[in-house]
Ligand binder design. Structure first.
Ligand code: GRF
Length: 196
């Protein structure tokens, strides 16, 4: 049976697009059951609408706290029978409500070779530090900031003439094939959505 995934995103959603395209092309054996977005005006919501994928877009400030909005997210995940959560540019830490309900079934993509440059602006951090190799990491999500067990990594060379724009472009290009490919391996190895 195909894995029903919810993709969580906050911004443009180019990874959301790549993942849903891969599902529809049969390269990723999963069903994009729901988009969860914490910024109702984000472009990713338009992508979901265009792709005819249901979405739950919410304004965190209209809830008392993270526990309350995550309880609402959980209701939606149950409604759409979601097996697995895929974070793709979701700019928030996942709290105990979702972590316990989806233990071992939440993954994230981060634009650096973790544990280097966790948190915000990983590309800027890498350029500032002057590393010659950066990359992309896909990892399980725990309560920390980009700290969960690593599933897969791909390195990307930083050229002398790279700018933030060129490096971001290279990273995105890698992400768009690496994320679906890694998830496909994960889902097929485990046979279903129970990891760890
Ligand atoms: C990606 O670079 C991802 O690694 C990071 O956030 C970015 C999201 O980009 N977590 P997009 O919204 O998918 O275009």
């Amino acid at each position: 049976m195909t894995t029903r995934i919810a993709i969580f995103a906050s911004g443009s959603g180019s990874n959301f697009q790549a993942l849903t395209d891969a599902c529809r092309a049969g390269e990723l054996d999963a069903t994009p059951a729901l988009l969860v977005c914490d910024r109702p005006g984000a472009y990713v919501v338009e992508r979901a609408t265009a792709a005819d994928i249901p979405y739950f877009a919410f304004a965190p400030k209209s809830y008392k706290d993270k526990g309350e909005f995550e309880a609402h997210i959980l209701q939606e995940l149950n409604r759409y029978e979601v097996d697995f959560i895929v974070l793709a540019g979701y700019m928030r830490l996942i709290g105990p409500t979702l972590l316990s309900a989806y233990k071992g079934r939440i993954v994230n993509i981060h634009p650096s070779l973790l544990p280097a440059f966790p948190g915000l602006d990983a590309v800027g951090q890498a350029l500032l530090y002057g590393v010659k190799l950066t990359g992309v990491t896909i990892h399980f999500v725990d309560e920390g900031m980009d700290t969960g067990p690593i599933i897969a990594q791909q390195g990307i060379e930083v050229e002398a003439d790279d700018t933030r724009e060129t490096l971001e472009k290279k990273i995105h290009q890698v992400e768009h094939t690496f994320y679906p490919k890694t998830l496909q391996q994960l889902f097929s190895v485990k046979g279903e959505a129970t990891i760890r």
